[in-house]
Design a protein around this ligand. Sequence first.
Ligand code: AMP
Length: 162
Amino acid sequence: MTARSEVTAYIGLGANLGDPAQALRSAILHLGAIQGVRLLQSSSLYRSAPVDSSGPDYINAVVEVATTLNAPSLLTAMQAIELTAGRERPYINAPRTLDLDLLLYGSAGIASPRLTLPHPRMWQRAFVLLPLHEIAPVLVPSKALNAVAGQACAFSASSGLV
Ligand code: AMP
């Protein structure tokens, strides 16, 4: 059997309950431990005000991975990590212990009930574009950064990881 070649993907992480920085660091380690996923880069941790949500500020980050999994399988593995982190969904956009979004999977464009790629809201969110720009500047044109410049989002800490 031929080995599947690797695809570069970007995953957005966010949390605003409990110890969000610790939740993100732990989630990044879990992402790197998925079979068929190699962690390539992690952005710093950013602090952002809730958008379409409530509660304390969010901590956000973006990681770059190389994966042999297809996009739906990668999303399934990500959702298992969310569950491990104790995420509950009492209502839409509720505060969360961990939210993982598949932002980009190679150049794939997908519009299925379960998975939309690129992530449909990534270009409207400073908390996605700032960390993504940090690790993959060519993917985020300055026009896109300017469009979200009014949103409260700033460096919070190094991830201390890759
Ligand atoms: P959220 O509550 O924002 O984490 O949304 C989770 C829901 O969005 C799940 O039902 C996913 O199947 C769906 N979804 C669609 N596209 C994506 C994507 N690119 N990344 C993560 N979840 C997605």
